[in-house]
Design a binder for this molecule. Structure first.
Ligand code: ZN
Ligand code: ZN
Ligand code: ZN
Length: 107
């Protein structure tokens, strides 16, 4: 699905980047994977549809813009996303539970 200017792959359900696996009101980010430089709504989408092993971003890449806000479709860096409870652009709230899954995405 094309969301904003970006292609988001996987089991995407809406333009907020919600997917079959995570689709609460707060599940509104897509994350770009280091292995394919492609946005997916979640690691399970990548696992089920990418056809290759997922790679997390190394710590040195924390300034890389790898997070897409599903509400306003702006991108932010990994570092900015880790610090934010809500989108720095549109202030939509993010899911605090995502923090438990950082290791799937970022080093
Ligand atoms: Zn990949
Ligand atoms: Zn998913
Ligand atoms: Zn936003």
């Amino acid at each position: 699905m094309i969301i904003g200017k970006h292609e988001v792959r996987g089991k995407v359900m809406d333009s907020f980047t919600r997917c079959e696996h995570y689709h609460s009101e707060l599940d509104i980010v897509a994350i770009k994977f280091a292995c394919c430089n492609t946005y997916y709504p979640c690691y399970r989408c990548h696992l089920e549809t990418a056809g290759h092993t997922a790679e997390a971003w190394p710590k040195a890449d924390s300034n890389k813009k790898a997070i897409l806000c599903g509400s306003c479709h702006n991108e932010m860096s990994i570092e900015a996303y880790k610090k934010a409870d809500s989108c720095p652009f549109c202030h939509a709230d993010f899911n605090p539970g995502c923090e438990n899954h950082y290791h799937y995405y970022f080093g």
